[in-house]
Design a protein around this ligand. Structure first.
Ligand SMILES: Nc1ncnc2c1ncn2[C@@H]1O[C@H](COP(=O)(O)OP(=O)(O)OP(=O)(O)O)[C@@H](O)[C@H]1O
Length: 381
């Protein structure tokens, strides 16, 4: 009987986190709860991005999954096997972390082959050559790590994580040191490899575009908890709260104070006018209104649609689309230099151009007008 070749896709495994906590305790310092109860169910072969501001606990979470950090409480399961207390080498995960040791005395080729040899894999040479080709590091194979740039080291670290076809792959900012062109190519290759081999993948990133383009679903974290877990579309179009609405999206969502209009279904924004909303918040409720630049629609004068009156401040032409910064009518003047309370950014279709000083009317579809509690940031549905 012939054994299956080493390069065959491995049966994908699920990855489950159950009420995961991490409290750092250092002598002479207050204990610090970096991760405060994370539940996450990643499907076999799925790619999930952990996204969130610096210090929100992304790397700590990844390190606990890898076994590089002890777990204060909770469970990590790969498939149905609890791995919480296993050392990293027995978890069957591939790790591509920044600065995760490449062995300095070994060449890049030997670094890539090392893990395969340790597992008595076959076809070591061809497998190393194949992954090197795909990550554009063939010409680096005979160099030692010390002679590599940070971008080159990053691609070698990624190749080393991928060459084993691990059932679970953990990546921390895998493309951060690459230049724009290379980042795009390696990102695409990573996605192709992931589809081909079916590794269940968690990728930590600061970069929203990276998260959007790579991930099947994303978990938006803040303060050691997951605020929302969903597809990029769900998170963008249906944010769980103001934090998620504000963190995800480029340019940022417009936020302005308003009051739910008589009869509901619309929200009044000072003297600027009203917008329709799908929220069922009660008439008279004071709210914060969120509307994405991409969801703003320019309304023709004389239209009966509810809309906000504004004046164009600046217009930036960005080829495929334009960005107009407008001042809403009847609002407090915006703070000097920054987006004040009455300032909106409006994305316009390519080809359209708006002159500074021009009056405009901004409308939106009701489902795009999100209302939040001004104090807690909770979504008012
Ligand atoms: N070994 C440690 N001892 C004490 N506190 C730590 C330790 N490692 C991390 N922290 C703290 O835990 C919090 C979460 O850190 P973590 O590195 O997980 O965040 P992150 O979301 O990955 O941030 P970044 O995007 O900046 O890497 C931070 O406030 C950090 O200062």
């Amino acid at each position: 009987m012939t054994a299956a070749p080493d390069t065959a896709p491995r049966a994908a495994r699920s990855l489950t986190l159950r009420n995961l906590h991490k409290t750092y305790t250092a002598r002479g310092r207050e204990p610090f709860a970096a991760v405060r109860g994370i539940d996450l169910a990643v499907e076999p072969g799925e790619m999930v991005a952990l996204l969130g501001p610096s210090g929100c606990g992304k790397t700590t979470t990844l390190r606990m999954i890898a076994g590089l950090e002890t777990v204060t409480s909770g469970e990590v399961l790969i498939g149905d096997r609890a791995v919480t207390d296993l050392p990293p080498g027995r978890r069957d995960v591939g790790v591509g972390f920044e600065g995760y040791a490449l062995y300095p005395p070994l060449s890049v080729r030997e670094n890539l082959a090392y893990g395969l040899r340790a597992r008595r894999a076959r076809d070591v040479g061809p497998r190393v050559a194949a992954i090197a080709e795909r990550l554009e590091i063939t010409d680096l194979l005979d160099l030692r790590p010390a002679g590599l740039s940070s971008g080159q080291k990053q691609r070698v670290a990624l190749a080393r994580a991928l060459v084993r076809n691990p059932p679970v792959l953990l990546l921390d900012e895998p493309l951060s040191h690459l230049d724009a062109g290379q980042r795009q190519r390696v990102r695409r290759e990573l996605k192709v490899l992931q589809r081909e081999f079916g590794y269940t993948t968690i990728v930590v990133t600061h970069d929203q575009l990276e998260a959007l383009s790579l991930a099947d679903r994303m978990a938006v974290m803040d303060g050691g908890v997951i605020r929302q877990f969903g597809t990029p579309d769900e998170v963008f179009d249906d944010p769980a709260d103001r934090f998620v609405a504000d963190f995800v999206g480029e340019p940022s969502i417009n936020l302005v104070g308003g009051t739910v209009a008589d009869g509901g279904g619309a929200v009044r924004i000072g003297g600027a006018g009203t917008l329709p909303t799908a929220s069922r918040a009660r008439a008279g409720t004071r709210v914060q209104v969120g509307l994405r630049p991409q969801d703003c629609e320019l309304v023709g004068r004389g239209s009966a649609r509810p809309a906000l009156s504004a004046t164009v401040g600046v217009f930036e032409y960005l080829m495929e689309f334009g960005l107009a910064t407008v001042d809403l009518a009847g609002q407090d003047p915006p703070e000097a230099g920054g987006g004040g309370p009455g300032r909106f950014v409006v994305q316009t279709p390519g080809g359209a151009s708006l002159d500074p000083g021009a009056p405009v009317l901004i409308g939106a579809r009701p489902e795009h007008v999100h209302l939040f509690d001004p104090g807690t940031g909770e979504r008012l549905r």
